[in-house]
Design a protein around this ligand. Structure first.
Ligand code: URA
Length: 298
């Protein structure tokens, strides 16, 4: 089969959409926050998953024990990235918006039936447990981080370490509670030593994230840091170039901002003011009261 047609079909299968966008760039890392852009490759054409719509019972915040595996998966060599273009759908979501109960069921099924036992990339070999994401399934605001760190890997919840504490402060500064937003990551398993997710890991895992976004259907997505921003915007620009302005993606307004871990590493008035200004723009769009003092920056 023609290689271009094969690539197109594999992306179609991976993301389950009718049209895909051409990439903006090739995704070379550019800063100390840099990470590769996700790519969909023919080798990954089996990663597509379907989203069950039947019903679980456990709410997404419920604590859960780590999943025990009897035989370790052996996937290390089968997901070597190929030098192909990043592809992500850009068409607005058209599926009917689900009710709150239907959204919960769908996400819980996705977690329990697919994510929790996922062995689609090498990260399953080193994780303690998967970190699906959590929050209000009807949230107007969805945060996308990079991937679980040590605390998240141990607890099974996103953003519970130091970066999570700062994210909590950012959410509070917006006049919201953590439970009112939805929080997810581009990969559901901790990359060893907290390295950035690799292309093929991102490509294998992000169909789950796409499902989460399509289900929650937020008004605004805040991408935290370069890997999440590059994945959503399919761009290899620097964070400095992408943050601070809204980008449209599938009918959702996307605001890139610095990752809380980066803010902690570079805790300067400039970085904090930049993040605060990004969040204030988001507050504006969400109709939240903006009281614009720089000293309010979390
Ligand atoms: N950093 C992330 O990007 N995600 C988490 O869940 C925790 C830290």
């Amino acid at each position: 089969m023609n290689p271009k047609l094969r690539l197109y079909l594999s992306a179609e299968r991976a993301f389950g959409v009718e049209s895909i966008r051409r990439p903006i760039g090739s995704g070379a890392a550019a800063s100390d926050e840099a990470a590769p852009v996700a790519r969909v490759t023919p080798a990954l054409q089996n990663i597509a998953h379907s989203s069950p719509r039947v019903a679980p019972t456990v709410p997404s915040f419920a604590p859960r024990p780590p999943v025990e595996r009897t035989s370790p998966p052996s996937v290390t060599t089968s997901y070597m990235p190929e030098p192909t273009m990043p592809l992500l759908p850009v068409e607005p979501f058209t599926a009917t918006l689900l009710s709150t109960a239907q959204k919960r069921l769908r996400l819980e099924q996705l977690d329990e039936k697919q994510v929790r036992n996922c062995t689609k990339c090498r990260l399953c070999e080193t994780r303690t447990q998967t970190v699906f994401g959590e929050g209000d399934v009807d949230a107007k605001l969805l945060f996308i981080g990079e991937g679980p760190g040590e605390n998240e890997d141990l607890s099974g919840r996103p953003f519970v370490g130091r970066a999570g504490q700062l994210l909590d402060k950012m959410i509070a500064a917006m006049g919201l509670q953590r439970e009112q937003v939805y929080i997810a990551n581009i990969v559901k398993c901790r990359p060893p030593n907290n390295r950035a997710p690799m292309h093929d890991e991102t490509a294998a895992c992000t169909p789950y994230l796409m499902d989460q976004v399509e289900t929650v259907r937020p008004k605004v997505i805040v991408t935290l840091g370069l890997p999440a921003t590059r994945f959503v915007l399919q761009s290899d620009l620097s964070m400095g170039k992408m943050r601070g302005q809204f980008h449209d993606w599938r009918g959702i307004q996307v605001m890139p901002t610095y990752h809380p871990s980066y803010v902690l590493r570079s805790y300067t008035p400039q970085t904090r003011a930049a993040v605060w200004s990004d969040l204030q723009q988001v507050m504006n769009v969400l109709g939240l009261k903006v009281e614009g003092k720089k000293s309010d920056a979390p």
